[in-house]
Design a binder for this molecule. Sequence first.
Ligand code: LLP
Length: 463
Amino acid sequence: MSRSAHPAGPRHADVLPEGHYTGPPADLNALDPRVWARTVSREPEGAVTVGGLDVRALAEEHGTPAYILDEADFRARCRAWQEAFGAEADVYYAGKAFLSRAVVRWLDEEGMNLDVCSGGELATALSAGMPAERIALHGNNKSLAEIERAVETGVGRIVVDSFQEIERVAATARRLGRRQRVQIRVTVGVEAHTHEFIATAHEDQKFGLALADGVAAEAVRRTLHHDSLELTGIHSHIGSQIFDMAGFEVSARRVVKLLTEVWKEHGIELPEIDLGGGLGIAYTSEDDPREPHEIAKALGDIVARECASAGIAAPRLSVEPGRAIVGPTAFTLYEVGTIKSLEGLRTYVSVDGGMSDNIRTALYDAEYSVALVSRSSQAPPMLARVVGKHCESGDIVVRDAYLPADVAPGDLLAVPATGAYCRSMASNYNHVPRPPVVAVNSGTSRVIVRRETEEDLLRLDVG
Ligand code: LLP
């Protein structure tokens, strides 16, 4: 594609109906380390490498689209979170962000705990050898089969989310002759500053038992009533992709208040509190996330202070980061297929994936960045929209992106920070097989989730 087909620079913003136009970055070849996995760099010759491997070789070997996951970065983030929280706290990785057996083994080796929220995630964890006592089971509507499997295999904690579930877990544990450790998921009444669909602690939504109207206190009474349950603590999760620590502080304060009430009413000091996950990551250079040690200090301080002023012993703290661990460790590698320059509007760059491998842009208006990674370019910036191959105009991967104006079919593009909630929310829309997850580490690549095939799709079609 000639440069003239892609005029340099953005068109007038007033003809562009929507989006955020912050202007092109100073250097389109630069890779912001906040957004890209740790071992990613651009070689002097122009192509990008990750884990010591050239993306062109990765595309050649594994095809595109593909999620490329930096194992060293994943492990380093697990360690950073654990070191930040120290021996007095527990870090549970939230498997919903992305889970596979290799990931479970890395977590196990790194001494992490694991939060699962379905029978499928539990089965994955157990099949990869995660010790059951280091697993927590979540969910607002766990099936009886899921509860039974969890109790039977001895998961360390079940986070109960309704009055019905207290009875179900109690009955299952009684029948199996177990005493199940449980936490109660409460709703603290915080409006977290994030997208409505991923905020979970305001009162009008499906999760948890409300602190405000005494429902949580009643759940404590009902749980304590059962000999087959051991109530170990209170759980709160306020939402996801949050940067502001204020919501966590309010949450911690309110949970400690409930602990104090439990102590006064029942004479029991509950030994644990879990403040959930939700810490934001950088999807673009505009985002400025907190480091784990800052988060650990803020949360640890507030819990210690609130407990001291309430005169109760500080409980053991746990957290459940998902996105903050796996999100930045992966990027999605795509090949450019077609390019359309719409006069007076923008240039549409179509890649070989789309909303089936990243639904977040369509679902949450999520913002991503993108880079040309198979080569560098000195061409001027061009305002582009990176779109997929699906039959919907909402099939947008990156809404507003500057790419070099000479981007052409066959080029490789990479969208960073796709480690969380992309493969785990991927679909087969339009019967498009889901991409593989390829782990890279120290010069080697390994498929940890293979590419789906048309045979895989047809195998389920038994009509
Ligand atoms: N703990 C609980 C109880 C949760 O519900 C979640 C996320 C986490 C921990 C992990 O949150 P994280 O640290 O990853 O923010 N699909 C959405 C995110 C949904 C999050 C659901 N719960 C997205 O793509 O943004």
